[in-house]
Design a protein around this ligand. Structure first.
Ligand code: SF4
Ligand code: SF4
Ligand code: ZN
Length: 264
């Protein structure tokens, strides 16, 4: 693994020496198998807004929620309480507002001070004069495989790293530079030779290859090196998401290995 970029909400890295199935397993685990928090059940006591209760519930369910220490929480089915409900698998929330105002995600209150919304300014509802909202609910930890509201990753993808080969007979005409949509080809100042600035940003579109009249450039995907790009929904850092995905793939591989050894 070689890090290209690490932000709070995004990780880009090279994954080397693996098959596409492994890169895809990491991608899928980032998307939907690393557990995160989401509002799961809602009791609405008052809703005189223009939104139906169902619309309101859907919006609240999709608000990304983070915790100071996510390891303190368990998926209800895997909790010691057996899913009956305890502080390890349930956190209470309330939302009360009266118009005129715009109700934002930041107006949600949680019973656990270590739990908070990932973004304060997600609009939930616009309340007119005298319109009210009063509701309470339960936040639980679960996986995106059960419902999209628990997805920890948003845009998670991969592509092969290209080997961009420039032959000696390249004339440095710059025609490929003009057509490259990622602007990663340049004619170097010293000697006027064609150079590649950032092969990890190449989309493998091969427009440069088609544009070259003398066949001086080749773009060849490296079969066992992948450029991974992982964006989080905000409920955890990109670093925690990738580490969680790797742990999840490892857990599943161990499970499969155990099951196979029982069959043998
Ligand atoms: S690779 Fe082809 S199109 Fe690009 S600068 Fe060289 S000769 Fe020109
Ligand atoms: S394959 Fe496409 S993105 Fe990559 S260098 Fe060529 S033109 Fe640019
Ligand atoms: Zn519990």
């Amino acid at each position: 693994m070689e890090l290209i970029e690490l932000r709070e909400d995004r990780a880009r890295f090279l994954l080397k020496g693996v098959k596409p199935a492994f890169a895809n397993a990491i991608r899928r685990a980032c998307l939907s198998e690393v557990p995160s928090l989401a509002i799961d059940e809602i009791s609405i006591y008052d809703n005189t807004s223009v939104l139906f209760d169902e619309q309101l519930s859907l919006r609240l369910g999709l608000v990304p929620i983070k915790a100071d220490d996510l390891s303190l929480f368990s998926v209800p089915e895997e909790c010691e309480c057996g899913g009956a409900g305890c502080p390890a698998c349930q956190v209470g929330m309330t939302l009360t507002a009266e118009g005129p105002c715009t109700v934002h995600s930041g107006d949600i209150r949680f019973a656990d001070p270590g739990v908070k919304v990932a973004f304060e300014k997600i609009p939930i509802a616009i309340l007119g004069e005298g319109e009210k909202l009063m509701l309470e609910g339960i936040v639980t930890l679960n996986r995106g495989t059960l419902h999209a509201k628990w997805q920890s990753g948003t845009h998670c993808g991969y592509k092969n790293l290209p080997d961009i080969q420039i032959a000696d007979h390249c004339e440095g005409c710059g025609k490929c530079v003009e057509v490259c949509p990622r602007k990663i080809l340049v004619i170097g100042e010293a000697g006027g030779k064609l150079e590649v600035t950032d092969p990890t940003n190449c989309s493998l579109c091969k427009l440069c290859v088609n544009e070259c009249d003398v066949g001086a450039i080749k773009v060849v995907p490296i079969e066992d090196v992948f450029v991974m790009k992982i964006d989080t929904a905000g409920s955890m850092t990109a670093k925690d998401l990738v580490a969680g995905a790797a742990a999840e793939v490892k857990r599943r591989a161990s499970q499969l290995s155990e099951q196979l050894s029982e069959l043998a």
